[in-house]
Design a protein around this ligand. Structure first.
Ligand SMILES: [Zn+2]
Length: 161
């Protein structure tokens, strides 16, 4: 534990290194943007605000919030909103995503669907799971979704009938 940031990282021999190093200032800025994105959350049903900010390989940031719907199961998560915004603007390689919620005691964690959605764009990038005070846990997509299914699997050699 240091002054403000509690930095937890699973560092075992089997985990993958994420690409590049992000400075503490860049991490803080990304987290700030995820907290800011939370203010736009459209969540009249759950009242559970979530914000996300994704940093692209070209150092652009895209923000997203959860967007719910009267047809409950159509609700979209903040993480996917941010990623879809980035991809639709031509950016589909990511360095990191920060996620923010209002939970005081818990780090917000991406749902299974969002983990799979992240994985589409690689396994070696960072996910910052935060608390409103800015503390965070960092894990890679690979750590959050081990032994995952991805685009490469579609081109694997197949059995013939
Ligand atoms: Zn999700």
């Amino acid at each position: 534990i240091n002054n403000k940031i509690f930095h937890f990282h699973l560092s075992t021999a089997t985990t993958q290194r994420s690409k590049g190093r992000m400075s503490e200032a860049i991490i803080k800025e990304l987290i700030k943007k995820s907290l800011e994105a939370k203010n736009q959350a459209y969540c009249p049903y759950s009242k559970f605000r979530v914000g996300a900010a994704v940093l692209t390989s070209t150092d652009k940031t895209f923000q997203g919030c959860n967007v719910e719907n009267a047809c409950y199961n159509l609700g979209l998560c903040a993480e996917r909103t941010a990623m879809v915004k980035a991809v639709s603007e031509g950016c589909s390689t990511f360095k990191a995503i920060a996620i923010a919620s209002d939970m005081k005691e818990e780090f917000i964690s991406p749902c299974g669907a969002c983990r799979q959605f992240m994985r589409e764009f690689g396994t070696k990038w960072d996910v910052y799971m935060t608390k409103p005070d800015g503390k965070y846990i960092k894990m890679t997509v690979e750590e959050l979704l081990p032994r995952s299914f991805g685009p490469e699997d579609l081109t694997e050699e197949k059995m013939t009938k």
